[in-house]
Design a protein. Structure first.
Length: 166
């Protein structure tokens, strides 16, 4: 009997730990409805992130009192019930890696700054033009700002773009 109760408790625990990290709603009947929902989601993510422009940089920060780069992305996606890993190098493993010239609003953009061998910086793409990608991120010197891949610092340290929201 004790073993049965233990088994049932484990079964309940495992079924209740289902992840809520579904980036795409499964309730859509058509592709166009799904695309519309994703566009709405992307716009919400960008709005949430850009609402933090001017917030100072804080290592390990995930609140309005200060953000680090991955903390900003983590908190932004969490606001839409999308669970991402906390560090930027782990966030870089989520979704599908795509070419920079295929980047879209809502994609994540990753960098290896200061000659790092591993990804150590992330931003959320807010705008894409033919020759430039703009992204919101938390920089150590200026806090939450929008930057561009045209800036030499980011052009030279660019590593990859990941699509988390299809």
């Amino acid at each position: 009997m004790k073993r049965l109760i233990h088994f049932l408790l484990l079964a309940i625990a495992f079924t209740s730990c289902k992840s809520t990290s579904t980036a795409v709603s499964k309730n859509s009947n058509t592709k166009s409805e799904s695309k519309k929902e994703n566009r709405y989601l992307v716009n919400n993510l960008i709005e949430k992130a850009t609402d933090n422009i001017g917030v100072r940089y804080k290592a390990g920060g995930t609140t309005k009192s200060g953000f680090d780069c991955s903390g900003l992305v983590y908190t932004t996606f969490e606001s839409e019930n999308i669970k991402l890993p906390r560090p930027s190098y782990e966030q870089a493993k989520v979704g599908k890696v795509i070419p920079l010239n295929d980047a879209q609003k809502g994609d994540l953009i990753f960098f290896k700054t200061n000659k790092s061998r591993t990804i150590n910086h992330v931003g959320l793409i807010t705008e894409v033009n033919s020759d430039e990608v703009k992204f919101v991120h938390s920089s150590t010197s200026k806090g939450v700002i929008i930057s561009s891949t045209k800036e030499p610092y980011y052009k030279n340290s660019f590593e990859q773009v990941n699509r988390v929201i299809p």
